[in-house]
Design a binder for this molecule. Structure first.
Ligand code: 13P
Ligand code: SF4
Length: 333
């Protein structure tokens, strides 16, 4: 069945679009993975939706010969690194990440030269070249476990997100940890003042906060001051938010992360009202993956993600060390 030209307009996709995507995925032997920040239509047609760690694990073990990664470029690169013999497609190769752009492999090498013997921990939101110069990767759901796995007497270089780094440092109590001053423009834009205002206006609401947020540190400060009840403040990866949503007994949850998250939270617990702390927190890169481009990727087998083999081989070691650590214990408190 062929979709009409309207499939490529901004209009909501219809049943013909869904049928064609699923049929092409079957013919191409493709598995469709979607990050929690993707457009609802893209999440709903995917075989798997999740956070970056969960999707990495699925990519590593997928039986399909083609992986269509609906997310941003570094995530699709991680899938390629872990499944080098598979074809990995991203529906728009321009879907980058402002955080990944805050450190290059040359900058990381120069930083390492200043701290000989230090262990480099890089957040998954980095290019394959940065991962190739990294000892162990982490995501927001396992960063604390990763840093705790490093002997206490070894210095740690943590990059590139300063807010996640500060969160990990506080939870691990690690003093010999140096943090790169990178940030994601979407999460840094969710600030403490905004959070405080929302929390004061909604004294009964729970708070889910992604550790990349500029407000994460201030939320914990506010919790310490009693402004935000500590037991209702949760610092969570996007996957952790879905688990916490299913378990919460709150009537309302304020959510400090990219707004695409709300779709999975609503599905996890339709009885709860999930509201973004900042409804302008939209990642334009994540939203470059549209239903029309997903269909185009399957029809035309584009845009293929390639990572040079020598970089992939070195990057794989740092990603596999992270995966070998097992399921995360917890991200926050
Ligand atoms: P997660 O690892 O929590 O899915 O977050 C990825 C990301 O890009 C957050 O902006
Ligand atoms: Fe990158 Fe920020 Fe978008 Fe996440 S929300 S993909 S960190 S730009």
């Amino acid at each position: 069945m062929n979709a009409t030209d309207s499939t490529f307009s901004a209009a909501a996709p219809d049943a013909a679009w869904r049928d064609e995507v699923r049929e092409l995925a079957r013919q191409r032997d493709a598995v469709i993975l979607a990050h929690n920040y993707q457009l609802p239509e893209v999440q709903d047609i995917a075989d798997h939706v999740g956070d970056s760690l969960a999707l990495s694990r699925i990519a590593a073990t997928a039986d399909a010969s083609v992986i269509v990664f609906c997310g941003v470029h570094f995530m699709a690169e991680t899938a390629k690194i872990l499944s080098y013999d598979k074809t990995v497609l991203i529906p728009d190769e321009r879907a980058g990440c402002s955080l990944a752009e805050t450190i290059t492999a040359d900058q990381l090498r120069a930083w390492k030269a200043e701290h000989p013997g230090a262990v480099v921990v890089s957040y998954d939101n980095t290019t394959a070249a940065v991962k190739a110069a990294t000892d162990i990767c982490c995501t927001s759901s396992n960063a604390v476990d990763v840093v705790n796995s490093i002997p206490a007497d070894r210095e740690v270089l943590f990059c590139p997100d300063q807010f996640l780094g500060a969160h990990v440092q506080r939870l691990t109590g690690r003093e010999n940890m140096h943090i790169w001053l990178g940030e994601c423009h979407v999460h840094a834009g969710i600030n403490g003042a905004e959070l405080r205002e929302r929390v004061l206006a909604e004294p009964e609401a729970e708070l889910f906060i992604h550790p990349e947020c500029g407000c994460a540190t201030s939320a914990l400060y506010l919790a310490g001051m009693g402004v935000v009840p500590a037991e209702r403040t949760k610092i969570l990866s996007t996957g952790g938010m879905v688990t916490a949503a299913a378990q919460t007994t709150a009537k309302k949850v304020l959510v400090a992360t990219e707004t695409g998250m709300i779709h999975q939270l609503n599905k996890a617990n339709p009885l709860v009202i999930f509201e973004p702390v900042n409804s302008a927190a939209v990642c334009k890169y994540m939203k470059m993956i549209t239903p029309a481009k997903l269909l185009r990727a399957l029809r035309e087998m584009r845009d293929e993600v390639d990572v040079p083999r020598d970089i992939a081989d070195r990057a794989r070691l740092s990603v596999e060390r992270m995966i070998a650590l097992g399921a995360p214990s917890r991200t926050g408190e």
